[in-house]
Design a binder for this molecule. Sequence first.
Ligand SMILES: [Cu+2]
Length: 126
Amino acid sequence: MNNNIGIAAVIIAVIVGIIGYTKFNSSAGGSQAVQQVGDVAVIKLSSLPNGNYTNQKFEVKQGTKVRIEGDPATLVGSMSKVIVDGYEVSKDIAEGDNVLEFVADKSGKFRIHCANGMGNAFLTVK
Ligand SMILES: [Cu+2]
């Protein structure tokens, strides 16, 4: 009986450890801002009051469909325009119309910025 409780405690400790480690890992590192949903890499883009994007480093695999979901609450003024250099795509972010999708078919490092050249994120495709 005591043995069983001991084994159960060890199993629970291991599970808690694994969950903790996984969470820690996913919130650290360069591509923490990219969520893979099926074959789509989802980037939630928002801005700090100083005009920098909340996350400025995104990395996706070449050939992936990228879905940038702009936050209409913080992407305001010139920030409401999201431009991806190299892919020549852009989007005016508005409430209910805030998604920019494209296929990341070229490898490289591409700047993401607003109409004034702020925001300054880099999308690395490799
Ligand atoms: Cu701006």
